[in-house]
Structures are given as C-alpha cells and as structure tokens.
Design a protein around this ligand. Structure first.
Ligand SMILES: [Cu+2]
Length: 155
C-alpha cells in the first residue's frame, strides 16, 4: 500500500517536471517568434513603381498601392521638366491635418521637380486608404493645369 502511494507521488512529480519543461519550450518559442517579428519590421516591403510624366499626363494613373506599405515612386519626365505635388490627405477629407501619406523626408509638402530624363524618387508610407490626387507643379505649357493623376491606397 505504502509503495503504491510512493509510486503515485513519483508519477505526479515526473509529470509536473515534463509540464514545466514543456512550458519553458513554449515560452522559448514565443520569445523567438516575437523577436523574429520585431527584427523583420525594418525590412518592410517596399513597392517600387516606375512612373513617367509628359505633356500633359502621368502614367500609370490612377495607380494602386497596398495600405501600410512603403511606396517608392521613380518618376521620369520624358519631354521636358515637369513637377509632382501630392495631397497628403485623401480626397474628400475635410481635415487637412488628417495625414494619410507619411513622408520620412522633410520635403513632404513640396513640389518635386522632375528633370527631363532623370528619375526622381518620391518615398512615403501609405497609411490611410483613399484616393490621393497629385498634379504638375512646374508650369509646362498650355495643358499644365490639367496635368493630374491619382494614387489609390487600397483598404
Ligand atoms: Cu507638367
């Protein structure tokens, strides 16, 4: 009777040792996974999009990008100097402070000058879904006022 009791206790102990070991293993895995997620964050996916500008249009337009991702536009003017200026808040938004496109550089709200034949890099994070209009901001001729395009950030 006594021996059986001991064996019973032994069984419990052994089981809890296994359980603790298992918990250690699990928490180790969780920490590893969490760490991997943290370290993979800077290597955020960049959507590189080649774009052209000429009298009096941008191509492609409208262009679609994924929400949350970093977008890198490489815009080349084909015929002469043009410009690129994009609204940072989506069309229809009444708050101009409602920034949906986040620029890391400080020339965010400026006019990017597009020299003929030289790709200009425009980089931002597409934070909020919506349609963002851009236009030419460098007088380029009679149709300059109608030289526009749109970037659509998918929900
Ligand atoms: Cu233009």
């Amino acid at each position: 009777m006594h021996r059986i009791g001991c064996r019973f206790h032994g069984g419990i102990k052994l089981r809890s040792v296994f359980r603790i070991a298992w918990l250690f293993l699990l928490s180790g895995l969780t920490v590893t996974a969490g760490f991997a997620q943290l370290t993979s964050q800077p290597a955020q996916e960049v959507q590189v999009i080649e774009m052209t500008a000429k009298k009096y249009e941008y191509s492609p337009s409208p262009l679609h990008v994924k929400r949350g991702g970093k977008v890198q536009l490489r815009i080349t003017a084909l015929d002469r100097t043009h410009g690129f200026k994009i609204n940072l808040s989506p069309d229809g938004s009444d708050k101009k402070s409602d920034l949906g496109l986040i620029f890391s550089s400080n020339n965010n709200d400026d006019c990017f000058k597009l020299e003929k034949g030289v790709p200009t890099v425009v980089e931002f994070v597409a934070r909020t879904p919506g349609t963002y209009s851009f236009h030419c901001c460098n007088r380029c001729g009679i149709g300059h006022g109608g030289m526009k395009g749109q970037i659509v950030v998918e929900p």
